[in-house]
Design a protein around this ligand. Structure first.
Ligand SMILES: CC(=O)N[C@H](C=O)[C@@H](O)[C@H](O)[C@H](O)COP(=O)(O)O
Length: 241
C-alpha cells in the first residue's frame, strides 16, 4: 500500500499563496453545484447567479459552477470558494474539464478550485492529466473520478481534492441509484481528501457521507434543478405513468 499523505501536504503547500483558505473554508460544509444544461429554462447566466446567491443564503460554504461565463458572474457575489468546471458533450454526456486550456480559462475567470475529469475513460493516463492540470494553474485541482483506482492515482498525482462525482457515469464504475458512499469511505480510509458528490437527494445521505469520512459534500440537482425536483414529486402522484 502506498502512503497517500504526501499528496495532501503537497496540496497545502501549493495553496500557501493565500488560497489555503479555500481548503479550510470547504471542510465540513455543504458545497452547492449551481448548473443548468442547454435546453433547460434555467440555462441563463443571471439565473445561475441567483441560484448561487440563494445557496449562499441557505448556508453553502462553496459553490460549483460550470463554464467561465458562469464562474465570472458568480465570482463577485461572494468570498466563498468557487469550484469551476467546464462540462462538455463527448463519448458520454458529461465530460468534465479535460484540457489545460479549459483549466486556465476557469482559473482566469476567478475559480478558486478547478475540477477536471480524472476518469481513465476520458483522461486515458489519469496521473498525467492531473499532473498537467496541477502545473497549469496556481489553484487547487479537484479530480472528478469514478473508481477507487482513479481516485488514488489522482491524489498521488497532486489533486487537492478527489470528487466521487463520476461514479456511476463510466461503464466500469459502480451503478447505484444513490450516492456512492462506499467509494467515499474507501478513499477517505486511505487518507484522500474526498468531496462526496453525485446523486445526493437527502440530508441523511449527506450526514452518512460525513460519517464515511468526506471532507465536504457537494449537492447539485436536489437543490438547484427544479425540473428534477418536480419529477420526483410528480412520480408520486396517481397521474404518473
Ligand atoms: C455527472 C455530472 O455530469 N455531474 C455534474 C458535475 O458537475 C453535474 O451535472 C452534477 O449536477 C453535479 O455533479 C452534482 O451532482 P448531483 O446533481 O447528482 O447532486
Amino acid at each position: 500500500m502506498q502512503a497517500h499523505s504526501s499528496s495532501s501536504e503537497g496540496a497545502l503547500a501549493r495553496t500557501a499563496d493565500g488560497r489555503l483558505g479555500a481548503l479550510a473554508a470547504i471542510e465540513g460544509g455543504l458545497v452547492v453545484s449551481c448548473q443548468a444544461q442547454q435546453g433547460s429554462p434555467m440555462r441563463d447566466t443571471a439565473t445561475i447567479a441567483r441560484l448561487a446567491a440563494s445557496a449562499l443564503q441557505g448556508g453553502a460554504v462553496a459553490l460549483r459552477v460550470n463554464g467561465p461565463d458562469d464562474v465570472s458572474a458568480v465570482r463577485p457575489l461572494t468570498d466563498v470558494p468557487v469550484i469551476g468546471l467546464d462540462k462538455r458533450m463527448g463519448p458520454r454526456r458529461n465530460i468534465i474539464t479535460h484540457t489545460d486550456e479549459q483549466v486556465i480559462a476557469l482559473a482566469a475567470a476567478g475559480a478558486d478550485v478547478v475540477a477536471v475529469d480524472a476518469t481513465a475513460e476520458v483522461a486515458g493516463d489519469v496521473a498525467s492529466r492531473v499532473r498537467s492540470a496541477v502545473l497549469a494553474v496556481p489553484v487547487p485541482i479537484m479530480a472528478d473520478v469514478s473508481t477507487l483506482d482513479e481516485g488514488l492515482t489522482a491524489w498521488d498525482a497532486g489533486a487537492a481534492f478527489v470528487g466521487t462525482t463520476l461514479s456511476g457515469y463510466t461503464p466500469y464504475s459502480r451503478m447505484d441509484p444513490g450516492p456512492d458512499i462506499e467509494l467515499v469511505a474507501e478513499l477517505a480510509s486511505r487518507g484522500v481528501r474526498v468531496l462526496a458528490e453525485g446523486r445526493f437527494q437527502t440530508p441523511e445521505q449527506v450526514a452518512r457521507a460525513f460519517d464515511a469520512g468526506a471532507f465536504a459534500v457537494v449537492v447539485g440537482g436536489a437543490i438547484t434543478d427544479p425540473i428534477a425536483i418536480t419529477r420526483r414529486f410528480a412520480a408520486a402522484t396517481p397521474r404518473s405513468t
